[in-house]
Design a protein around this ligand. Structure first.
Ligand SMILES: Cc1cc2nc3c(=O)[nH]c(=O)nc-3n(C[C@H](O)[C@H](O)[C@H](O)COP(=O)(O)OP(=O)(O)OC[C@H]3O[C@@H](n4cnc5c(N)ncnc54)[C@H](O)[C@@H]3O)c2cc1C
Length: 404
């Protein structure tokens, strides 16, 4: 396996590190303060637009997009170290227009959108002028098995009519969110994986209602947020069914491949930052006659964190390499493995950092509580651990058995 980097990605990495030091870290507190001070929590704070302009001017824009005309044209292995750096801060991915769910949605428009979709939705998304949401999960059914989805998308002349009750649509409440990509059933009588389609629904279409924001362990994640949304008799033109009826699963596979691994890359960066905080605290905090760093158990916590982060990074790079060389379809096991490993690794590392900070670890002063919450929900948000383990086990069980 070749994980070596090119001079081009090395230069991007250096530029990104400088941008993090000069623009991102010093403005994290500014961002939080501005969100708290805004009358409408779902309005993006002004500092974000400043950061976006700076990132764009520095050529740190749309790094995630493999298309070299529309984005940076990087492979997954090339993007991994950059995405890891972005993951160190909550605000860095959006500043560089590399934030979920827009990244996945942009990839869908690039691959499956019509010319009109590209002009109306993809262009402003690529320019960071609007945001988007992805609506698949439903409160009424176990959505980790997407064949359960009950949303209906019914043909009516030149249109389709959408009726759906969704929740956990991340980013839906952001006042800049202009469009949903929604998964529902066009033909409940078709073969199990051909019943579903993905459609494009403008956020301001009549019949779309934001019911309520959901909190994650008490965090509302404003101005992004996660929303319960209803779609009542929403009419969309027939051309807004992506790729055609019954091809929703096909798109989901394409959409969630790179998106899944981006979360893993970012989690490694998040864990690295927690480990740095752990080491700084261990060196500066004195108890029982010396710095905490001199305690054997603390050294063990630090060593285990380093070991687990490096293991997860290698597994992530391996998945990225497989996706680049044999394609997402044949990298299914590797993607599923890292989806289990990365959030659990990050949770362990962040938990140790919290413990070492004592009471300071569970408040918002060091960002560790928010980081833990972030890693914890990622054990669900791209599909629960169990579903990924199931995928790995099924692939393993299909392999031939050794002669006894
Ligand atoms: C913060 C956050 C953001 C999210 N963002 C989005 C978004 O933007 N768009 C969107 O559509 N969805 C989003 N989701 C939803 C997420 O994708 C779903 O929560 C997830 O797919 C699980 O579906 P479910 O909640 O219906 O759980 P269920 O399907 O009801 O599963 C519940 C539990 O059952 C167990 N389970 C399920 N299958 C198996 C199995 N095969 N073997 C053993 N145990 C199993 C697991 O423990 C699982 O956690 C988000 C979720 C969160 C928490």
């Amino acid at each position: 396996m070749d994980f070596s980097t090119s001079p081009h990605t090395d230069a991007l990495r250096q530029r990104l590190l400088t941008f993090m030091d000069d623009a991102i870290y010093p403005n994290e507190a500014v961002y939080t303060k501005q969100v708290s001070a805004t009358a409408n929590r779902w309005e993006s704070p002004p500092i974000m637009e400043t950061l976006k302009s700076q990132a764009r001017a520095a050529g740190l824009w749309n790094l995630f997009l493999p298309d070299s005309e529309l984005g940076a044209g990087l492979s997954n292995v090339e993007y991994a170290p950059l995405c890891e750096i972005l993951g160190r801060s909550d605000i860095a991915p959006e500043a560089c227009n590399c934030a979920a769910p827009d990244t996945g949605n942009m990839e869908v428009f690039v691959r499956y959108g019509t010319d009109e979709h590209r002009e109306r939705w993809l262009s402003p998304l690529l320019e960071g002028r609007i945001r988007s949401a992805y609506a698949m999960t439903e409160p009424a059914v176990a959505s980790s098995d997407a064949t359960n989805i009950e949303a209906r998308i019914e043909r009516d002349g030149d249109h389709y009519v959408v009726n759906a009750h969704k929740w956990w649509a991340s980013g839906a409440g952001d006042t800049r969110c202009r469009v949903f990509i929604l998964m529902g059933k066009t033909d409940p009588t078709a073969a199990k994986h051909k019943q579903q389609s993905m459609v494009v629904v403008p956020a301001d279409a009549p019949g779309v209602t934001l019911v309520r924001p959901l909190t994650v362990f008490g965090y509302d994640h404003a101005p992004h947020g996660h929303f319960e949304v209803t779609f009542e008799n929403v009419r969309i033109p027939a051309t807004d069914v992506l790729l055609g009826e019954g091809r929703g699963f096909e798109i989901a596979q394409g959409r969630l491949g790179p998106g899944r691994i981006h979360h893993c890359m970012r989690l490694i960066g998040l864990a690295e930052r927690a480990l740095e905080a752990m080491c700084a605290r261990a060196k500066s905090r004195v108890a029982f006659g010396g710095p905490l760093a001199q305690q054997g158990v603390v050294m063990e916590a630090i060593a285990n964190s380093r070991i687990e982060i490096d293991q997860a990074r290698l597994l992530t790079l391996n998945a990225a390499h497989m996706m680049d060389t044999v394609g997402n379809k044949f990298a299914r096991a590797e993607i599923a493995m890292i989806k289990v490993v990365a959030p659990n690794m990050a949770l362990n590392v962040i938990d140790r950092a919290i413990q070492l900070h004592g009471g300071a670890g569970v408040c918002d002063d060091f960002g560790l509580a928010a980081a833990w919450v972030h890693a914890r929900y990622l054990r669900l948000a791209d599909g629960p651990d169990e579903v990924h383990r199931r995928a790995v086990a099924r692939i393993e069980l299909k392999k031939g058995t050794a002669p006894s």
